[in-house]
Write a protein that binds this ligand. Sequence first.
Ligand code: PLP
Length: 283
Amino acid sequence: RTVYVNGSYLPETEAHVSIFDRGFLFADGVYEVTLVLGGKLVDFAAHLHRLHRSLNELRIAPPVSDDDLLDIHRALIRQNQIDEGLIYLQVTRGAADRDFLFPDAATPRTLVLFTQKKAILNNPVAERGQRVITIEDLRWRRCDIKTVQLLYPSLAKMEAKSRGADDAWLVRDGFVTEGTSNNAYIVTRNGTIVTRDLSTDILHGVTRHSVLQCAHDLQLKVEERPFAVGEIGEAAEAFTTSSSGLVNPVVEIDGATIGDGNPGPIAKRLRHIYIQRSRDTAI
Ligand code: PLP
């Protein structure tokens, strides 16, 4: 596999980053994961927009131009022959002697990209529906910044796995914030889609934005507000959204069945429409 690191395309075994890199020492970096379908990038402009927002919040200067980022993504798709999968991009504040204070702004940032060939459309978990558990959301309070600080969600997903579930939904003050690496939704018995409103409590998902647009086009009712854990058991269906999972039905919460225990019609419809829309608009 060819990867990109700081201006070079290299075999993955030859790519290196300094042990003094602040991404390694302080999790001082941000990332994006873009979906590739049919060899093309889905919602790339939205990923770039969010990358700039994350960088800006952390006062990290962009390492290269947006045109260069697009070129690098396309070069890796070509070189690694990615038809379906993901491209991971990470920017860190770069390498400097270890200090809590930021180094000089002129310190070169680290830019790394790699590809993952992956079956995205054919997903057995999406076919049967995810089993989810709830776990207290103990992440830091700037979940809107896509930092590489992923240890808590990683622990939460391990806990889900050890309890025989697929993922965890994180809960703050009795209300769901989001999944470990996805946004969370319920559909009420009267057909209203409910997902937490945008704030510093959640990542502003690129897929969330597109799927809510699809819901709007289908004239489905949407409420952007926090929903309580108690509302999930009462819901007709539930699902998550993310670049790697698309629209992914949820059929069980903390061992209790949601709806009839099968992926719900609204989640299935949104998944279908979202895939169509992604194919049509990918670049
Ligand atoms: N929420 C969290 C915490 C995430 O890590 C992710 C994706 O990695 C998402 C939501 C979904 O975001 P997107 O739809 O942009 O992939």
